[in-house]
Design a protein around this ligand. Structure first.
Ligand SMILES: *Cc1c(COP(=O)(O)O)cnc(C)c1O
Length: 364
């Protein structure tokens, strides 16, 4: 058994896992009620009102949710502007290509945030753009993009704003309604601390209404999924029942912790301890401190690092923690996540393990 210092799936509580010991009938009223409660709680987490927003749950991992939004909201004669600084931003371009959608890419280096002012300029220059999409926390590097300036630019230009908040929603406060986000996507196994199996979309009702009859996929049709779920909470096709029960419990535990503000505080403290301790041992963060998220951190190896990722990974795993390989393309790095059922004592412990690895390899 080891704990996960990864970007998800994460280490979850025993009580979340225990919920999965029940086989539930999807047709049952109790079960449908659980889905409706989840949807309404997600809106609260999003700071969005029932009048103007709704939450739709979608089978599959996070990417299925992103693909559902892009292929349901963007028409073939629309144009999508993707602001990307990592592989999840690029994945949105790949989805657009598969669905033969028009798109333009505004890319910045992985350690640099897309600039709201530049987005505003591009929207002005190309009036055919109808939608803009950005990743909030780019898990590729751990950089936290600036939703405020991006939403000001996109909503100021009257365009539809799509946000992949997969690895931040529930762990960082995002005032969805205040920012005017039209579609926000996240999934069950990230900061809400559930297990994998579905994604969810916080959608502005007016924007979702416009998706009627647009989708080019049957199973990922966001509008139809919403219409079916809106009736009585029954999912359109078989839902991941065990995951749904675990997620309902995870939401209760988020409330008990004190909501997103309290969770953000815990994650921020985890991250502060981690970065400070790693720097002392010579591991330099890849992303500048001002834009580092409290979610996951990319580290450079120190000079004269003994061994490689595999030897380090094995040493750490044998002592109770799993870290993550690097994903940025321009440097040799690895990543450590600090989300999930992880506390400062875990971070202190893992720093000791790193220290032990360096000492052992140095022959001390
Ligand atoms: C985890 C994640 C996704 C979705 O990945 P899946 O493997 O499909 O769950 C998308 N975007 C970001 C930023 C992520 O962190």
């Amino acid at each position: 058994m080891y704990k996960l210092l990864t970007p998800g799936p994460l280490t979850t509580t025993e009580t979340v896992k225990k919920e999965m010991m029940v086989d539930h009938c999807t047709w049952d009223d109790d079960y449908k009620q659980i889905t409706q409660e989840i949807r309404s709680k997600l809106l609260k987490v999003a700071g969005a009102s029932e009048e103007r927003y709704t939450a739709v749950l979608m089978q599959g991992s996070g990417t299925f949710g992103v693909e559902s939004v892009l292929t349901s909201a963007v028409d073939p004669d629309d144009k999508l502007l993707v602001a990307a600084n990592g592989s999840y931003g690029r994945r949105m371009c790949s989805i657009a290509e598969h669905a033969a959608l028009n798109y333009a890419l505004y890319e910045t280096p992985y350690s640099v945030r897309p600039d709201g002012e530049e987005i505003r300029r591009r929207l002005e220059e190309d009036p055919s753009v109808t939608h803009a999409a950005i990743v909030h926390c780019e898990t590729t590097s751990g950089i936290l993009n600036d939703l405020e300036s991006v939403s000001r630019a996109v909503k100021g230009a009257g365009k539809t704003l799509i946000v992949d908040a997969m690895s931040s929603f529930g762990g960082i406060e995002i005032p969805v309604e205040e920012l005017g986000i039209d579609f926000l996507i996240s999934s069950a196994n990230k900061c809400i601390q559930g297990v994998p199996g579905f994604s969810f979309i916080i959608a502005r009702r007016e924007a979702l209404e416009q998706c009627r009859g647009r989708a080019r996929s049957l199973s990922l049709d966001l509008y139809d999924q919403w219409q079916a779920m809106e009736k009585d909470g029954k999912w359109r096709f078989t839902s991941p029942t065990h995951t749904v029960l675990a997620f309902a419990q995870a939401l209760r535990e988020l409330e008990r912790e004190g909501g997103v503000a309290a969770r953000q505080k815990r994650y921020t403290e985890n991250n502060r301890l981690l970065v400070e301790g790693m720097k002392q041992m010579g591991f330099r963060p890849y992303v500048p401190a001002e834009v580092q998220s409290p979610i996951i951190t990319t580290f450079h190896y120190p000079d004269n690092f003994p061994g490689n990722f595999d030897t380090m990974y094995r040493y750490i795993k044998e002592r109770g923690y799993a870290i993550y390989p690097g994903k940025v393309t321009d440097a040799e790095t690895f990543r450590i996540g600090n989300i999930g059922e992880i506390y400062p004592e875990d971070i202190r412990r893992v720093l000791e393990i790193f220290d032990g690895y360096l000492r052992q390899s140095a022959g001390c």
